[in-house]
Design a protein around this ligand. Structure first.
Ligand code: ZN
Length: 196
């Protein structure tokens, strides 16, 4: 027998007529404890009274009628988040492909901008047109683009590795875009197959 009084949830167990491994010691305690017997009897009386109450339910369209009068104002950031969430696919594989596509697109954009900036710079050099302010402006904007995209270390790396670094970046970009395209196509064909 257990040597402490029953907790409210243990009394609930007895009231519900639970049977099981844990209930036997509770019942044994109640049998030997007047205190708990009294509490159990009180609780049972309350349960009986509640049981005797008339059961009533709301009319069928009660919830609809109430909600029709409720003005739901959706904050703009919640609406924006919901819209964004609609674009995120449910399946993990689709999410991976989307992430790959997004990073490939970002990489393509940055690589393109870097290439354009450096290439324009080189062209100006070779044509000997790179004089004065135009060249300074171009270099500044190129540096700021590379600096924004890759940080100071990226700036240094690109300056030292030059075209080879750019070629490497382009290779990575092609692999990423190719992989994403292949994944999307595989997914599209598999979903088509499953729909048929
Ligand atoms: Zn007790």
């Amino acid at each position: 027998m257990q040597h402490r009084h029953l907790l409210p949830n243990e009394i609930d167990l007895l009231l519900d007529g639970e049977v099981g491994f844990g209930v036997a010691p509770l019942r044994a305690h109640v049998d030997g404890c007047e205190d708990c017997q009294a509490r159990l009897a009180r609780s049972r009386k309350i349960v009986d009274v509640l049981e005797d109450l008339e059961h009533f339910a709301p009319s069928v369209r009660f919830a609809d009628r109430v909600m029709a009068q409720v003005q739901i104002v959706e904050p703009w950031h919640v609406a924006a988040l919901d819209t964004a969430r609609r674009f995120v696919p449910q399946s993990a594989s689709m999410r991976t492909i989307m992430a790959a596509t997004a990073s490939a697109a970002a990489l393509a954009l940055t690589s393109g901008a870097v290439w354009l900036a450096l290439h324009a710079d080189l062209t100006l050099y070779s044509l000997n047109l790179a004089a004065g302010r135009a060249r300074t402006m171009l270099m500044d904007s190129a540096a700021s683009i590379i600096g924004t995209a890759f940080g100071q270390s990226g700036l240094d790396t690109l300056r030292s590795s030059g075209l080879r670094g750019l070629a490497l970046g382009a290779g990575v970009m092609i692999v990423a875009v190719g992989g994403a395209t292949f994944g999307l196509r595989a997914l599209a064909s598999s979903s088509r197959r499953s729909r048929e």
